[in-house]
Design a binder for this molecule. Sequence first.
Ligand code: PEP
Length: 248
Amino acid sequence: MAGKLIIGNWKMNTRAGTAQALVQSLLADPVCNQPWVAVAAPAVYLAPLAGSLNQHALQLGAQDVSAFAKDGAFTGEVSAAMLQDIGCRYVLVGHSERRQYFAETNPALLAKMNNTLAAGMVPVLCVGETLEQREQGGYLDVIFQQLSILGEVGDGEYVIAYEPVWAIGTGKVASLEQIAEIHTAIKTWCLQNAKPSANIRVLYGGSVKAENAESILMTENVDGALVGGASLDAGSFRMICQAAGKLI
Ligand code: PEP
């Protein structure tokens, strides 16, 4: 698929006013207001942001979704149908912070993937190894184990984000060789194990910034970026989108 996909992950940041201000700056900028750019905002701000994004190219994403598919007595949960209802296109699934702090594992992540697809949205499955796992050498097996749910995921469009845990929010970026190795391994794994009809893009995430975006985006088998910290600053995010725009 031609072109890069850029998704900003705001995590548990912003307030109603700052979230709107950030989206308004992105909307006012043709470099960012593109169908291949999305922001994953905190759940409580999704509905008002969806209102602002109506009729614009910039896309909206959620940072999580319930593993429960049907409406019911699941206090505190937000379903895929609800996210689709208010206009989300992307849903992050299995971000390393959810795996670490909320003990999310493959069975729940498979349900989240399938619920997202069934609701007509695009899941973004996040995978990646810890520093310890990399140093022990078994990092590819860790990633393949995280990917293994794709064998059971329904048909459709989905995204994989390779995010080495040791590079998230740390300022440490994987080298271009490390990124190329893993992205190529993920694509090869998908060709052999995912549904043949699946339409899959592989993003890199982990301290992507204005300064390193272009070289990362030009790396073999990198189809875009999942951007955390730098997506909270309109100027930095703009430069990342600009780097992606040049590669279309
Ligand atoms: C992320 O959390 O998805 C991420 C990539 O964060 P950062 O860009 O801040 O490393």
